[in-house]
Design a binder for this molecule. Structure first.
Ligand code: SAM
Ligand code: SF4
Length: 337
C-alpha cells in the first residue's frame, strides 16, 4: 500500500539518498548480555527518560507521513518493554507502511509470536549465534538456548512472511558452527544474515574485536566448500547483500561494515529509546525528538519539519576502524541494532 506522501519523497539527504526505513528502539534494557553488544556493567536509562509508547507511535507516524515505508522495532530487547504490543498494533495500522518488522533475541517469542503476527508484523529477525547451549550461555552471559529455540518454533508456527536469523560470527568462538547454522535455516525454511561485529562502545577488558574479526568473505568461502551459492541483487530494505542456494528457498545475507562498506546506498535512520534521532549508526550526528514531541504535544507539523531538516545532518558514512578505540561510545543495545 502506498500513500500520497510516499509518492513525493521528503526525506532526501545531502548526498541524494532517500530515507525510507526507520529503526525504532523501544528500550535499552535486555534479558541477555551479549558480549559484543553490552559491557558487563551496563547502566540503563531511568524510565522517565524513555519515550512513552504514545510518543513512539507519534514519531513512527510522522516518519510514515514523510514517505518511510519500513519500520523495524528493536532495542535492547523490544519484547521486554511492558505493553509493547500496543505499539505494534498502532504502527500496523499506518497507511503507507509496507513492512513492519522486529529484531528480537527470541526469548519471549513463545508468548508474543502470534500476537505480533496478528498486529501486522510482516517479517521477524531473531538473533542466534550458536546452537550449543553452553556456548549460548557464554556469548549471552546469562541466556538459555532452549528459550530462544522455543521462540523460533513459535515464530515458525505463527506464519510470518519470512523469518531471518541474525548471526555475529567471532573467530575461535563460533566460526566452527557456520555450517550447522546454515543447515538449521535450510531445514526450517528460514534466511540467515551474518553480521561483522561493529566497534560500538567500550567492552569488557578481555574482549578483542581484532582477534575475533571473521570477515564475510571468509564465511562465504567456508559455505562455498559445501554449497554452490548464487549471488543475487535482492534487498530486504537493509544493508545485507544476499546469496541463494540452488536447492533451497533459504537466503544468506551478509552485513559487512568492514569489508564491504554499504554507506552509499544507506536509506535508514534510527531513533533511540530516549528519542534521539541518529542519522548514522557509526557517527554521533543526531537531533532530540523527545524534546520536540514534549514541547509540541499536539503539533505534528513541527515534528515532521524537524525530521525533514535533520536530513541535512546525515553524514556520508561511518568511520569504523577495528584497530582503534571505538569513536562511538554508545553500545549497540542503546543505539538500536
Ligand atoms: N535484542 C534484540 C536482538 O538481539 O535481536 C534486538 C537488538 S540487538 C542490538 C540487534 C542486533 O544487533 C542483533 O542481531 C545483534 O546480534 C546485533 N549486534 C549487537 N551488537 C553488535 C555489534 N557490536 N556488532 C554487530 N552487530 C551487533
Ligand atoms: Fe540484548 Fe540483543 Fe544486545 Fe544481545 S544483542 S544483549 S539480545 S540487545
Amino acid at each position: 500500500m502506498t500513500n500520497n506522501s510516499a509518492s513525493t519523497p521528503k526525506l532526501i539527504d545531502r548526498f541524494g539518498r532517500q530515507v525510507t526505513y526507520v529503526r525504532l528502539s523501544v528500550t535499552d534494557r535486555c534479558d541477555l548480555r551479549c558480549v559484543y553488544c553490552m559491557s558487563d556493567d551496563m547502566q540503563f536509562l531511568p524510565r522517565a527518560q524513555l519515550l512513552t509508547l504514545e510518543e513512539i507511535n507519534r514519531i513512527g507516524k510522522a516518519f510514515v507521513d514523510l514517505g518511510v515505508n519500513k519500520i523495524r522495532v528493536t532495542g535492547g530487547e523490544p519484547l521486554t518493554r511492558r505493553s509493547i504490543l500496543t505499539v505494534f498494533k498502532s504502527l500496523g495500522q499506518l497507511n503507507g507502511l509496507d513492512d513492519l518488522t522486529i529484531t528480537t533475541n527470541g526469548t519471549l517469542l513463545e508468548k508474543y509470536a502470534q500476537p505480533l503476527k496478528d498486529a501486522g508484523v510482516t517479517r521477524i529477525n531473531i538473533s542466534l549465534d550458536t546452537l550449543k547451549a553452553e556456548r549460548f550461555k557464554k556469548i549471552t552471559r546469562i541466556g538459555k538456548l532452549d528459550k530462544t529455540l522455543k521462540g523460533i518454533d513459535a515464530a515458525l508456527n505463527a506464519g510470518f512472511q519470512r523469518i531471518k536469523l541474525n548471526t555475529v560470527i567471532m573467530k575461535n568462538h563460533n566460526d566452527d558452527e557456520i555450517m550447522d547454522l546454515i543447515n538449521f535455516v535450510r531445514e526450517h525454511d528460514m534466511d540467515i544474515s551474518f553480521i561483522e561485529e561493529m566497534p560500538l562502545g567500550i567492552m569488557a577488558d578481555d574482549s578483542d574485536r581484532v582477534a575475533t574479526y571473521y570477515s564475510s568473505d571468509q564465511i562465504l568461502a567456508d559455505i562455498n566448500k559445501h554449497h554452490e551459492l548464487i549471488s543475487t541483487t535482492e534487498k530486504t530494505g537493509g544493508p545485507a547483500n544476499y546469496y541463494r542456494f540452488k536447492d533451497s528457498n533459504s537466503r544468506i545475507g551478509f552485513i559487512s561494515p568492514h569489508s564491504h562498506n554499504f554507506c552509499d546506498t544507506c536509506n535508514r535512520v534510527r531513533v533511540t529509546s530516549e528519542g534521539m534521532l541518529l542519522l548514522c549508526l557509526g557517527q554521533e550526528h543526531s537531533i532530540d525528538l523527545r524534546h520536540i514531541v514534549r514541547a509540541h504535544p499536539t503539533d505534528d507539523a513541527i515534528l515532521r519539519q524537524a525530521i525533514i531538516d535533520s536530513m541535512q545532518l546525515k553524514p556520508e558514512g561511518h568511520d569504523f576502524n577495528l584497530n582503534e578505540q571505538p569513536i562511538i561510545m554508545r553500545h549497540m543495545s542503546s543505539t538500536g541494532g
